[in-house]
Design a protein around this ligand. Sequence first.
Ligand code: UGA
Length: 435
Amino acid sequence: MRISVIGCGYLGAVHAAAMAELGHEVVGIDVDERKIAALAGGKPFFFEPGLPEILSSATASGRLRFSTDIAEAAEAEVHFLAVGTPQSAETGAADVSFVDAAFTALLPHLADGALVVGKSTVPVGTAGRLAEQLGSDAPSARLVWNPEFLREGFAVSDTLSPDRLVYGVAEGDDHAASVLDRLYRAAIEAGTPRIVTDYATAELVKVASNAFLATKISFINAMSQIAEATGADVTALADAMGHDDRIGRRFLNAGVGFGGGCLPKDIRGFIARADELGLGDTFAFLGEVDEINLRQRRRVVDLAVQDLDGSADGKRIAVLGVTFKPDSDDVRDSPALDIAVQLQGLGADVVITDPEGLDNARARVPGLASVPTTREALLGADLVILATEWREYRTLDPEAAGRLVGERRIIDGRNVLDPAAWRAAGWHYRGIGRS
Ligand code: UGA
């Protein structure tokens, strides 16, 4: 099938490459010339395992091309809208101006009977509004809302083998679903569950899922605080709770909390939309989920000060990991970076390191000292904070690391180290909510 993907950020670039990998003919469109030049050359402008391979093979085969000119989308029968919906600074709401702009720019180029597929995470009600506009400006075209659930770090496999497909369609529109079925044939044949529903439900599935995941993480992080107050162990607690299938063990890892371009923004956007709909009280708990999450970062800073005998001033602190999670170079709303900045604000001599995220961290916070290797970061440190659980940090040898630091003190912000092994090597080890 001939496809266009409008917006080639983390989501769109992966989607375009994955659709080409499935055999479709794809053009990726973005207004950012730098991104388009990189992608056209077969090179992603961000780190995502598996993406370089499918991107270079698809661009080399000619099935995937990129352009800054939206007119190049004109021949496509299916157009994916994959532009960002950033958090607006004043209200916390999702800013849909890029979705509106992409949609409006696309309208004059729609072929007869074209299908517009919304992928962006939008406030509920957006698809209905766009469908109305389509009805008056391009009546032969259709709109379907098809939210994306990919996780950074697993984006390629999540796109090629999603855990579910959700189509939000206009009432009585069977055709839109059949077009998407053809497009996703491989996943459907592999048994991927497919839910065909209305626009509002499809929009809500996305934000409700992210809000639920955020709530789960904040729940266990709140538990980590009561564990600390009572001498309980939050990891054992999560393990035991997780054996109940109704609860499940995943997303019950206590630590520095959640970050990234999705969970924090999506709960704030959801709160703002619920407010507009007169449901502010009902969703006030999501404000608490956000607050618990931010409190975890402050908590780690407080623990660091405590471990440094009451003052971080002039102390050398090595922060291992700055991305919001491993296997990504994304530092958007990263708890790790936030903690580093807060400690620097307290006068600490902070040094950050990360396998993939240093360029982005430097661009965001130019004043932070950074070094490319763990070894350099550890040298002479008074305190080490493991802030993002990259494999390299999870597998650190406490004895070898101990020979590099000034003082054997570590805060395991992700509860991924073996406390007994670190203590046996003479470290003052502290996890989050671990006895
Ligand atoms: C999230 C969702 O998981 C995806 O399903 C969704 O498609 C995506 O947002 C999106 O909206 O585009 P992602 O942002 O890539 O994906 O990251 P997650 O794997 O969900 O992790 C989010 C944050 O939670 C990370 O900072 C991670 O370290 C933290 N986390 C996760 C915890 O602190 N504890 C856990 O137990 C799990």
